[in-house]
Design a binder for this molecule. Structure first.
Ligand code: EPZ
Length: 421
């Protein structure tokens, strides 16, 4: 099994290019099921999760042409020949459940394995099912499968008890081909929702309000193919902002979208990091001031993103003063804390709250295991400043969501190699 081997490195300096957003491209790929025309998607990140979604679409009859020189996908679903997604592929990735809404709207049926939970939480789908039922779907869950049927989706008023990203996306996609208007209240507001709505509207959908807590979808009879470039990944952007802060370096993050990372800019500046929105990117400097503690509370967008929590925690172990981190979105997203503590961080976790005694001890290199995608990346960043050598195993988690992670860090001066364990 491959691992990352990281040596204590100099402050990272230079510039880095952010890849397309994983959490935007996955629902957009699912949305291509809504038409039998050809769709072209550009700025696609070369990630294992994207390759799994390509295989899921192919297994259902799609023609998917991958061009990793241009980072483009050409997807043709005219050959869609089933309403059943292959369980062994669906179980690999929770985001496969995004095909439920479009498949239901396109074919009137969908049979998909229950998406596995994962280490950060049990990840229920009750809000997805609530919304799809309100559009008229009959949904049965038995033997680990979700079986859904619908005559013709009908517009409805759907209130989400929690602004679930995936539920908002599934319901929005299904509603594009419903008769009448669907309103989603307490909808998720993430930039990835806006990118999906932009893609759907380019296909001929009529969606208003994406990016706010109320989204209106006026159903249409048919959608057509289109071409779309995916937004840059705001969590990868945040990851390299932390890389500059934790190593006390100076990194220019090209093609970053400042509006998508406002909470990270604000919290890093509270710690003394300098973040400037320059002409050719976001410049992040951790080398100017003495960096100090702050407190973080994760919330749905536009609050501080849960996906950045573990990365920020790594950084907080290196600053003066004690910080607290409260995780309100997932019920079990502190597993990286135990691994960081093995590197000398001594983080105390109590339910949804973690207390980080900053800079009490110089982090020491250790052999640690990735527990999830973002937790694994957090351990790599900690390894950059830990004394000696750090080995991060189970890196398949990391490679689900970060394109060329080691290469991009090496280009900034990091001592990191990918080796077989
Ligand atoms: C998306 O997951 C992202 N994944 C996650 O990113 C991200 O952490 C999450 O949104 C929150 O921002 C993709 O977009 C592929 P949710 P999703 O539905 O849609 C509860 C990463 O690292 N909930 O907003 O699954 C759920 O249990 C990944 O890139 C219900 O109770 O997240 C959780 O506590 C990790 N019932 C909360 O809502 C439901 O039906 C947020 O989940 C659905 C969700």
């Amino acid at each position: 099994m491959p691992k990352f081997v990281i040596e204590q490195s100099e402050p990272l300096r230079g510039e880095v290019e952010i890849s397309g957003s994983k959490n935007a491209v996955l629902p957009i790929m699912a949305a291509t099921l809504l038409t039998d025309d050809v769709c072209e998607i550009n700025d696609v990140p070369h990630l294992t999760d994207v390759l799994v979604m390509c295989d899921i679409l192919r297994s259902m009859g799609a023609k998917v042409n991958e061009d990793w020189k241009t980072h483009s996908l050409i997807i043709d679903n005219s050959g869609l020949n089933t309403s059943e997604a292959p369980s062994e592929l669906v179980k690999k990735m929770r985001a496969s459940f995004f095909i439920m809404g479009p498949l239901l709207a396109r074919t009137g049926r969908a049979s998909i394995a229950l998406p596995g939970g994962c280490s950060i939480g049990n990840r229920p789908i009750d809000l997805h099912n609530k919304g799809l039922r309100q559009l008229g779907a009959v949904i049965r869950i038995e033997q680990g499968k979700v079986d859904a049927m619908i005559e013709q989706p009908k517009g409805a008023l759907v209130y989400l008890d929690f602004p679930s990203v995936g539920a908002t996306e599934n319901i929005m996609m299904a509603a594009t081909l419903a008769t009448g208007v669907t309103t989603i209240e307490n909808a998720a507001e993430e930039p990835e929702i806006v990118d999906l709505a932009n893609f759907l509207n380019k296909m001929g959908a009529k969606i208003k309000g994406a990016g706010t807590d109320t989204i209106k979808i006026e159903g249409v009879s048919k959608l057509h193919g289109t071409r779309h470039a995916v937004i840059p990944d705001r969590i990868e952007t945040g990851t390299f902002m932390i890389a500059a802060a934790i190593t006390r370096g100076d990194i220019l993050i090209k093609n970053a979208v400042p509006d998508h990372v406002r909470p990270m800019i604000a919290k890093l500046m509270e710690c003394g990091v300098i973040v400037n929105d320059e002409v050719d990117g976001l410049r992040v400097r951790g080398d100017i001031r003495n960096l100090v503690a702050t407190d973080i509370k994760t919330l749905p967008y536009p609050g501080f993103p849960t996906d950045m929590q573990s990365l920020f925690m790594s950084f907080l172990t290196t600053v003066e003063g004690t910080s607290t981190v409260i995780e309100t979105v997932f019920e079990n997203r502190f597993m990286h804390a135990a691994e960081l503590s093995r590197m000398g961080a001594n983080i105390e976790v109590n339910g949804r709250k973690a207390t980080i005694p900053g800079n009490v001890y110089q982090l020491k290199g250790a052999r640690v295991a990735s527990t999830d995608l973002r937790g694994g990346a957090a351990l790599v960043l900690a390894g950059l400043v830990a004394e000696g050598k750090t080995e991060v195993t189970e890196i398949y988690h990391i490679e689900r969501g970060y394109e060329d992670f080691a290469y991009k860090l090496q280009s900034l001066g990091a001592k990191i190699t990918r080796e077989d364990d």
